[in-house]
Design a binder for this molecule. Structure first.
Ligand code: NDP
Length: 479
């Protein structure tokens, strides 16, 4: 046995992670259900480092140093269970199974529990950065026992992306925490993409700019506080021209957004946790709605807002307003993601270091951005930080954005341009800062039809009003 790590599942992700380990000096055992992928890896990339190809699971396990470290990179879902069932009987107490696939965190919790009973460590690990990230340095979010991280952590940190000399990998917490955090990363990614898309739409439809001009605007923004991978690739996509037609690429692509489901998981889970992730939810629903062609056809003949052309000066100032609105909405969307991680950490006892999550997302992953260093710093300055808006600089920035943010959302409504994520972010902001919410009326309605009781602002206890009686007497219900 000579391999420090084994990778089974050698499609794009597994192959590139295996190469990444090998390029970093590790001896890597490689295995795939169908041997063709293993052979192809050795043939094409065998020269990059020390690989030990294995045809059978037995051969694969025998190639691993103890405690064995076995990384599964197969299709998420039942395939993961099949692979675990196949390999677990070949392992010994203290060995580690690492699942780097996009598993649902509840599945990871279940698998971890079952394997722990057999004395095995199960390390559910979020991996972000796609194919390129896997090869050159992804952001890695391992869950599982502290004991397993002590052995595995240094290896994962070594192959991860690095920013300012720090690895984009940290021990997130026990059992499903790594996959949970990866899920929220993707939820935030949905929100960020939708916000950027809305900014583009407004600049085009209200501002009257061409995709090429908007690409330039995004390039400029990318040199400022919005500097991020997603803004960078947005500029590239907007600047691209279709070779066949000579038209802007965005105009020849069908406007129906797909998804692989992590946004949906985030929203479903947020409802269970009671985390108000409205910008993430709107972003997810916006993708869903874009694909509902029959509904869109039914709505299409109906009137929209009033379009008015902007003067060049107005268009320029509108662009500045959109930047402010985008930045303010981004703060809210990220704050929602962090709230959800905090909520889950409390619910599942994960003790997640919220600043460390920001630190490991600064590089390697899709939402990587300068902005994340600000979030890291905010948590470093105040480890008990309840919200990004409790930090002075974020509070000041969102204060400065007020007029622009509101003008953009109001303008979008007037023009009839959908801005669901901008609107949801602003509504979330106004909800959470509101001294009085109409929730008091909701409590009244609930008490009226369902005797659900309410709390008074001026006295302790639960109360119910007997609405059916003419005098509407109030009774205390908790005594
Ligand atoms: P795929 O999700 O396309 O999965 C293909 C691999 O799974 C092949 O190696 C295949 O083996 C194996 N496999 C499928 N079913 C079984 C089974 N029942 N038993 C054994 N092996 C099986 O590969 P990717 O590389 O795209 O992704 C791997 C994992 O990483 C997935 O969970 C994915 O969600 C996750 N991920 C992907 C990212 C990406 O950008 N693609 C980013 C981050 C995570 P065979 O060759 O024999 O068919």
């Amino acid at each position: 046995a000579s391999a420090q790590i084994g990778v089974t599942g050698l499609a794009v992700m597994g192959r590139n992670l295996a190469r990444n380990f090998a390029r970093n000096g590790y001896t890597v055992a490689v295995h795939n259900r169908s041997a063709g992928r293993t052979e192809a890896l050795i043939e094409e990339f065998g020269h990059e480092g020390a690989f030990v190809p294995a045809e059978s699971p037995q051969e694969f396990v025998a190639a691993l140093e103890r405690p064995r470290r076995l990384l599964i990179m197969v299709k998420a879902g039942s395939a993961t269970d099949q692979v675990i069932d196949e390999f677990a009987p070949l392992l010994e107490p203290g060995d580690m199974i690492i699942d780097g696939g996009n598993a649902h965190f509840a599945d990871t919790r279940r698998r971890e529990r079952a394997l722990r009973e057999r004395g095995l460590h199960f390390v559910g690990t979020g991996v972000s950065g796609g194919e390129e990230g896997a090869l050159h340095g992804p952001s890695i979010m391992p869950g599982g026992s502290a004991e397993s991280y002590a052995v595995l952590g240094p290896m994962l940190e070594r192959i991860s992306a690095h920013v300012d000399g720090e690895p984009c990998c940290t021990h997130i917490g026990t059992d499903g925490s790594g996959h949970f955090v990866k899920m929220v990363h993707n939820g935030i990614e949905y929100a960020d993409m939708q916000l950027i898309a809305e900014a583009y739409h407004l600049l085009r439809e209200v501002g009257g700019h061409s995709p090429a001009e908007i690409a330039e605007t995004f390039r400029r923004w990318n040199r400022g506080r919005l500097d991020s991978y997603l803004i960078e690739i947005t500029a590239e996509v907007l600047a691209h021209t279709d070779a066949d037609t000579g038209r802007p690429f965005v105009d020849i692509v069908q406007d129906a957004a797909g998804q692989k489901g992590t946004g949906r998981w985030t929203v479903q889970t947020a409802l269970d946790l009671g985390s108000p992730v409205t910008a993430i939810a709107q972003a997810t629903f916006a993708r869903v709605a874009s694909s509902r062609s029959e509904l869109r056809a039914a709505y299409r003949p109906l009137p929209g807002g009033t379009r008015q052309e902007l003067s060049p000066d107005e268009a320029e100032s509108f662009t500045r307003d959109v930047e402010q609105a985008l930045y303010a909405s981004k703060i809210i969307a990220y704050d929602q993601g962090w709230t959800m991680i905090r909520d889950a950490s409390a619910e599942y006892g994960w003790s997640i270091d919220l600043g460390a999550v920001a630190r490991i997302w600064r590089g390697g992953c899709i939402i990587r951005a300068a902005f994340l260093d600000r979030i890291r710093a905010a948590h470093a300055a105040d480890p008990g930080l309840v919200s990004l808006l409790a930090e002075e600089r974020f509070a000041r920035e969102i204060t400065d954005a007020q007029a622009s943010w509101r003008a953009v959302v109001a303008g979008a409504a007037r023009h009839g341009i959908p801005a669901p994520a901008f609107s949801a972010a602003l509504a979330s902001y106004d909800t959470l800062r509101g001294a009085h919410l109409p929730a008091a009326l909701i409590q009244g309605q609930r008490d009226y039809f369902g005797a659900h009781t309410y709390h008074r602002t001026d006295r302790e206890g639960s109360y119910h009003t007997r609405w059916a009686e003419p005098a509407r007497p109030e009774v205390r219900t908790d005594t």
